[in-house]
Design a protein around this ligand. Structure first.
Ligand code: ATP
Ligand code: MG
Length: 228
């Protein structure tokens, strides 16, 4: 089974009576445990593409199969259930819930799955990202990089088959960035998680097996990375 299959994905927005096509017939497919980077200039459609692949939004045309499930046939609620079961997502702007502490944010996906010992599991995840002592802090009391790492712990919480990460190291100092990078690739190796990264960091992109370059909503190049 392919982990992710994207066929002729197109997204058009209408604003102020004008149509803007921000993704144009994008296709690619990934096998389980593949590592994949999407690069390209600001506004080229990377975040839009990631959101469609993860079932956060619907395409104007084209199809996405995630773990063999065709997302465009599903209702919003059904897509939410698929996300909870199979997907981890690290947002470019973190999207932590502001009224919950760091620990509670990490607990959310675990509670949605009805798991036991959610507090203990969430605490262990926070420790893995170096924030074991900060569980009681609210997002507003954390730095950008710390919020990024809470977001990472939350994305790992449900042991996703596929992890989407939008600029996962974008707000981090080099050392913390390296730690986060290692966590992502460790998860890929240990759990066979398919990794889809959007990044401006070409060094990070080169560590994946394949890189896809976008411009103006189109795929302009696919290349094989240095990773085996
Ligand atoms: N809701 C919307 N309505 C209209 N246009 C939108 C909407 N969301 C995104 N866009 C446009 O779609 C294009 C692609 O945006 P997207 O966020 O996918 O780019 P990106 O490649 O992730 O850029 P960056 O590197 O800056 O994060 C942009 O031109 C953006 O203005
Ligand atoms: Mg973006």
């Amino acid at each position: 089974m392919t982990s992710l299959q994207v066929e002729n994905l197109t997204k058009t927005y209408t604003s102020a009576g004008r149509q803007l096509t921000v993704l144009h017939e994008v296709s690619f497919s990934l096998q389980p445990a593949d590592t994949f980077a999407i690069v390209g200039p600001s506004g080229s459609g990377k975040t839009t593409l990631l959101g469609l692949c993860a079932g956060l939004d619907r395409a104007s045309s084209g199809s996405v199969w995630l773990q063999g499930i065709q997302l465009d046939k599903l209702s919003e609620d059904q897509r939410a259930a698929v996300r909870n079961q199979h997907v981890g997502f690290i947002f470019q702007n973190f999207q932590l819930l502001p009224t919950l502490t760091a620990l509670e944010n990490v607990q959310v996906p675990l509670e949605l799955r009805g798991e036991r010992n959610v507090a203990r599991t969430a605490q262990a995840l926070l420790e893995r990202v170096g924030l074991g002592e900060r569980g009681h802090h609210y997002p507003a009391q954390l730095s950008g990089g710390e919020q990024q790492r809470v977001s990472l712990a939350r994305a790992f919480a449900n042991r996703p088959a596929i992890l989407f990460a939008d600029e996962p190291t974008g707000n981090l100092d080099p050392d913390t960035g390296e730690t986060v990078q290692k966590l992502l690739f460790d998860l890929n190796k240990e759990a066979g998680t398919t990794l889809v990264l959007v990044t401006h960091d070409l060094e990070l992109a080169a560590k994946t097996q394949r890189t896809m370059r976008m411009r103006g909503g189109k795929v302009v190049e696919e290349s094989v990375g240095t990773a085996s």
